[in-house]
Design a protein around this ligand. Sequence first.
Ligand code: ADP
Ligand code: MG
Length: 681
Amino acid sequence: MQDKNPHGDISVRYIKGVGPQKAQFFEKLGVGTVTDLFYYLPRCYEDRTRIVEVKDVEPGQPQAVIGTVLKTNLFRASTGTTIFEMAVGDEKRRVFAVWYNQPYMKKLFEVGQKIMLYGKVEVVKHLQITHPVFEILNEEDPGASLNIGRIVPVYPLTENLTQKYLRKISYQAIRSYSGGMKDRLPTRIRAKHKLVDSKFAIENIHFPCSFDNLEKAYKRLIFEEFFILQVVMALRRKKIRKKGIKHEAREGFLESFEKLFHFELTSEQKKCIGEIERDMSADKPMYRLLQGDVGSGKTACAMYALLLTAENQYQAALMVPTEILARQHFVTVSKTFMPLGLNVRLLINGMDQKSKETVKKEIASGEADIIIGTHSLIQKHVDYKDLGLVIIDEQHKFGVTQRKALRSKAKMPDTLIMTATPIPRSLALTIYGDMDISFLKEKPEGREPVVTYWAEEDRREAVYGFIRDEIAKGRQAFIVCPRVKEEASSDLKSVEEMYRHLQEDVFADFHLALVHGRMKPDAKKKVMEKFRDGKYDILIATTVIEVGVDIPNVTVMLVEHAERYGLSQLHQLRGRIGRGRHQSYCILIGEPKTEASYRRLTTMSETNDGFEIAEMDMDIRGPGEFLGTRQSGLPELKFGNIARDFKIMEEARLEAFTLVGEDPSLEDPHNSGIKESIAKI
Ligand code: ADP
Ligand code: MG
């Protein structure tokens, strides 16, 4: 009997030619079973279809050469290198295969053998291929070559496993086992989308008969991959959508909410509020992502959700990534809700111990209606009485576990996740495929888009002059510098040096202040408050101001070393200005050293549209980098490419959601393939 894992998959060690010892090496590649091996992809392919005889060899390019071994010679060069040389060909012409420091090669060949060589043919003294791929041809079965004479897979390798060996084993496995393979895709879906079956796909992904077949194989496997991913999303969504809290709005609730603001809500805000209300008043929990560019007015939407929760006698928590932002939201929310007599509380680390204890007690007893804070909200000893709503602002600053931690403080809370780093739709469907998504597109009226310039070092004096003029008009400015003093990189202007220099030499007649991440929260807070009150003209800052800071009187932002920042981060930074009535300007001083950084700076000066910038950013960096390491949750895709294969993903998603809708437990025998592959995830 063959060992099978719980899913009926056969261990690689039973493939002919593997065995327990080699199986360990396969393990290192993450290949434990035959199926793993099927899905262990070639890194690339080499087209070795054209085989030439020695007489037809064309020097200068890689080619497959067939011939007879005429002579072998092992010798030591004067440098000490051993050289094994083998002449292949006929009387008229010969090609020399040469190996350096591999004397054991001699043992493999005999004069008179028919062999194939593959490699680049060079003219040294004579025609030569150095370290060629070779294959000794089997007289009886010359067509069985896996290495030459076909499109050849090139696998990523580990120590102890060679290319040739892997090809052999992979071929063996396909020959012996691919016939009995269960197709993961239901036949109906395959037929509808004209996808090849899995046996064909696996065979051709490893040993394609043609590049056309290879493409068909790929398309099918890409579809399959997205399909499985989206079935998982659909199932997860089913699970979250159990019974939740109905947060209902009484008659006239929206109108009384609107009265709390000194501005009219935009139609986009109303649309999003409508979506939020529909979710919250349903008996299934809300699980919604609100995407809106910086300054689009997400806070007002969040406040609607907060108020609706309080209205229904539940607690609501709003978690943000920094203390500055927490305080700011706290001020806005408590001021706005003042007339309603709600108990709005702040919980952050920077508070003194006694106030923290008091707030925690109020959270536990249910006295606190709305709680705003940082990571403090998810600490162990913070217990909520009756948490009905969880909002996470600037979610890209949090990890998956932190988001989960907050949700786990309640039973089935309504959840609203907000982000000011718009994520391209393709990516959103991949990582937030289980959520509903609201887009907050336009910004409140009356705001001019920020004008952005990219300037090189030689324009610095002019830029300073410009800042001076703005301040003379009563405006304020941000100057953003890299982190606090970095030892090694002396040419970077650290925020502290910059502050001293600007205060003493450039803006001596103005009031400057400094804020950075290593300051005590209290000190930071004081500086921010004084700046907001107009006590300072210019704030020199690190990217701590990136998140959420809202001071409408600031009309200039100067970013030093702008080439060092990612597109999304620059856009985030820029979002700190352009928040008031006055025209604002963002000036990027930077010397791009790469094509990518050049594209970033030009894109910034060309567009203000966060969604467009997000697309570009993902294009430059790829989805993984775009999201950053903190935000995992990005599935590892073997075949698909989120940006390139977006259409396939949308098709797969539609099929997946339909399938889960019709057969939520995947009981239908037609769906057993998909059920099995999901059980393994
Ligand atoms: P973000 O989406 O970046 O969180 P905010 O919610 O902080 O944006 O809103 C940015 C600014 O716009 C705030 O000063 C806010 O008071 C203001 N604002 C929000 N909605 C409107 C509106 N409908 N009309 C005018 N100003 C608004
Ligand atoms: Mg915000």
